[in-house]
Design a protein around this ligand. Structure first.
Ligand SMILES: *[C@@H]1O[C@H](CO)[C@@H](O)[C@H](O)[C@H]1NC(C)=O
Ligand SMILES: *[C@@H]1O[C@H](CO)[C@@H](O)[C@H](O)[C@H]1NC(C)=O
Length: 201
């Protein structure tokens, strides 16, 4: 009876970490960015998830939600809650590949310094638990960058034309759980318009 229960527990754990149908393996999600038409094959619905996996997914979503607050609030030291110390982030052209948390902090600080403000808005989002200590996620984002030439006079002012830059893209993130905390250890920022955008590559 005890053995049978152990097997049931083992089977439940297996279901928890295996996608319901054939998915592309998590190990192929990084370091190279994934073309948009392959994303669905990485994030097929996972059925029969163990409660622990649900808690992990919620912790990852919560951590993803911190990123815009930190970036838009210019609170770069708090990126240590989002990225591992040895994280690598490919921010695409013109920034390129950035190695390590402190380089990510200073690079983003410099890249955003010329804007009056920004708003990074996360949209469609999928999280997949790969095993006990690793996961992958994709988040669509749209980021508004307010340029200095048209200064706003107060909250809610509409800024138009040359005064804003929009960025359209995805964050493709690989996660590790260390010391009970989920953090990104590899990020690909993939733009969805402009020269870098090639939906059929
Ligand atoms: C970085 O991202 C860009 C844009 O997605 C991609 O073209 C490039 O190959 C990536 N670089 C590496 C080293 O993965
Ligand atoms: C915004 O700035 C541009 C020049 O960069 C100017 O032509 C335009 O009139 C400005 N708009 C407003 C509402 O001030």
């Amino acid at each position: 009876m005890y053995l049978r229960n152990s097997h049931t527990v083992a089977a439940t754990l297996l279901i928890a970490i295996s996608p319901a149908t054939a998915s592309r393996p998590c190990t192929q999600f990084s370091p190279s960015p994934v073309p948009v038409q392959h994303l669905s094959a990485y994030f097929l619905p996972q059925y029969g998830l163990h409660a622990t996996a649900l808690l992990d997914i919620e912790a990852i979503r919560h951590t993803l939600a911190l990123y815009p607050y930190i970036i838009d609030g210019r609170d770069f030291p708090s990126l240590s809650s989002v990225f591992t110390a040895d994280a690598i982030a490919n921010y695409s052209v013109p920034i390129g590949v950035v190695n390590g948390l402190s380089a990510i902090e200073s690079t983003l600080g410099a890249a955003l310094a010329s804007f009056l403000g920004t708003q990074h808005l996360l949209g469609s989002q999928s999280v997949r638990i790969c095993d006990r200590n690793s996961a992958i996620s994709v988040s669509y984002y749209r980021a508004v960058h307010f340029l200095p030439q048209n200064k706003t006079t107060g909250p809610g002012d509409v800024v138009t034309g040359d005064a804003v830059l929009y960025a359209y893209g995805q964050y493709q993130d690989s996660w590790e759980k260390r010391h009970g905390r989920w953090k990104i250890n590899y990020r690909n920022l993939v733009y969805m318009v402009g020269d870098a955008w090639d939906p059929v590559s």
